[in-house]
Design a protein around this ligand. Structure first.
Ligand code: BES
Ligand code: MN
Ligand code: ZN
Length: 484
């Protein structure tokens, strides 16, 4: 893909589609140059109202032009711009246009515009044989950005390209076939991280047995593939005591085990490693950007499958931390593999803080829907930082309480805890299950069961897997590194 920057319209050599932004009520948001007289009648006609994301295709001066609505000027923010510009990309793709030039608005908006365009320029179409089919959208091969503000930020563009490519990498990983995921991840991290200031360590099944990670081993007992724990550490600030550990749930497929899911519930369960993908994608970008921070991604990988060997309801397993768990629901598997990984981080990695991300509960989707992830933490500073990052990147977060009274639901007659506290307040209870495995280290838990994977495309999330979390965690790392 090619990116071209132009300071103004006069520089533009030629264009397949030229996109002009407008504020609602038809006020132009940029200089219209020689196209002014051709465009004005359209604005007067009222056919185009410039509502956010509205597009209008026309021909002026022999050029194909899209008018793009940004919505009310008073309502403008990063997210509204991401959404608006993503609509222009969708229009281009619908018309099978391979090259488009976007006029940017002036002001500190370049990043949001860039994100809106480039995050939208993604399709998971490798399985589409019929390339002429309407659903198999060809992508933009050349993207031009026009405006003095855009030209001024060439360094920012390079940075954003790294970030967007990490988001796309995560999307590919999550959209991929369940049975291909583990090989894909292992192959990718070896090639991506070789030669960078990054240490990759894979704890295979044998090593997990030596370490006595009883919960990761239990969850994967019925799986045809062996579990592993992936550790990727990037040391961007060797002198600093700060070490952020990001833990991501890596269930490559979640059948529910013997507490089997019905078809509707299982349909999307190849997404159950979205947390793992997000933390690996974050460290990939952090390393490539050379952020001055020490960060480790920890991804317990397991498949929750059904077999004679599968872990069974009523049985008890000992975790890495020593806590014993009576299994009362084999579908509450994510918290089990996370518990071992969290305890491992606390014991071995000297974390200054831990953030885990996981497609942990359907209850988080019931509570907050597809747009918002649930945030849990008793650490006010961590919450403030993560909520601030969410506001910056548009990856929405809402804090839910860790209600201490609900811990009663975990009482077991024969072990230290059961693994499921029931459905009511399920997202909160899942977070409460994790808490004792972390102890006193500052810790936040993000349940991204809703936003990680969408049944229908929405705005710049064009194809099921969204890559949610990468930009959020990167911005969070920037804050921890004192960059912002
Ligand atoms: N992977 C699921 C949660 C999930 C549901 C993610 C929908 C994405 C979309 C998780 O392992 C699970 O099955 N959770 C159970 C917990 C219950 C058994 C306490 C759930 O949400 O029903
Ligand atoms: Mn499950
Ligand atoms: Zn799961």
């Amino acid at each position: 893909m090619k990116i071209e920057l132009f300071s103004d319209l006069n520089q533009l050599p030629k264009s397949d589609l030229l996109v002009f932004p407008f504020w609602e009520k038809g006020e132009s948001a940029s200089d219209l140059g020689r196209f002014k007289s051709g465009i004005e009648p359209i604005l007067k006609s009222g056919d185009f109202k410039a509502r956010n994301g509205e597009t209008f295709l026309c021909y002026v001066e022999g050029l194909r032009i899209a008018l793009l609505g940004l919505g009310k000027k008073s309502d403008v923010n990063s997210e509204s711009l991401r959404r608006a510009y993503s609509a222009a990309v969708r229009l281009a793709q619908l018309k099978k246009i391979k090259s488009a030039q976007f006029v940017c608005i002036e002001g500190n908006h370049t990043q949001a515009i860039f994100e809106g365009i480039f995050l939208s320029n993604y399709a998971y179409n490798k399985w589409k044989s019929d390339s002429f089919h309407e659903v198999c959208v060809p992508l933009l091969e050349t993207i031009g950005l026009i405006g003095t503000e855009a030209v001024r930020h060439e360094a920012l563009f390079r940075e954003l390209q790294v970030i967007v490519s990490s988001v796309h990498w995560v999307r590919d990983l999550v959209n991929g076939n369940a049975d291909d995921k583990l090989d894909f991840v292992l192959h990718e991290i070896k090639s991506i991280f070789s030669g960078k200031k990054v240490r990759v360590e894979i704890f295979d099944k044998q090593k997990l047995e030596e370490l006595q990670m009883g919960l990761i081993l239990a969850v994967s007992r019925g799986a045809p593939t062996e579990p592993c724990l992936i550790q990727v550490s990037y040391e961007g600030n060797p002198g600093s005591p700060e070490h952020v550990v990001l833990v991501g749930k890596g269930v490559t497929y979640d059948t529910g085990g013997f507490s089997i899911k019905p078809t509707e519930g299982m349909l999307t369960m190849k997404c159950d490693m979205s947390g793992a993908a997000a933390v690996l994608g974050t460290v990939r970008a952090a390393a490539e950007l050379g952020l001055k921070i020490n960060v480790t991604a920890l991804a317990p990988m397991a498949e929750n499958s059904i077999d004679g060997k599968s872990y069974k309801l009523g049985d008890v397993y000992r975790s890495y931390s020593g806590r014993t768990v009576e299994i009362n629901n084999t579908d509450a598997e994510g918290r089990l593999i996370l518990a071992d990984a969290l305890a491992f981080a606390v014991k071995n990695l000297g974390p200054s803080c831990i953030v885990d991300v996981a497609t942990l509960t359907g209850a988080a989707i019931i509570a907050l829907g597809d747009d918002i992830s649930a945030l849990f933490s008793d650490d006010q500073k961590l919450c403030d930082q993560l909520l601030s990052s969410a506001a910056t990147t548009g990856e929405a977060l809402w804090r839910l309480p860790l209600v201490a009274d609900y811990k009663d639901a975990y009482k077991s007659e024969i072990a230290d805890t059961v693994n499921s506290g029931g459905r009511e307040g399920g997202a909160i209870k899942a977070a409460l299950f994790l808490q004792p495995f972390v102890g006193v280290v500052p810790w936040a838990h993000i349940d991204l069961a809703g936003p990680a994977y969408l049944n229908k495309p929405k705005h710049y999330n064009t194809s099921k897997a969204t890559g949610y979390g990468v930009r959020l965690l990167l911005d969070f790392l920037r804050q921890r590194a004192g960059h912002r």
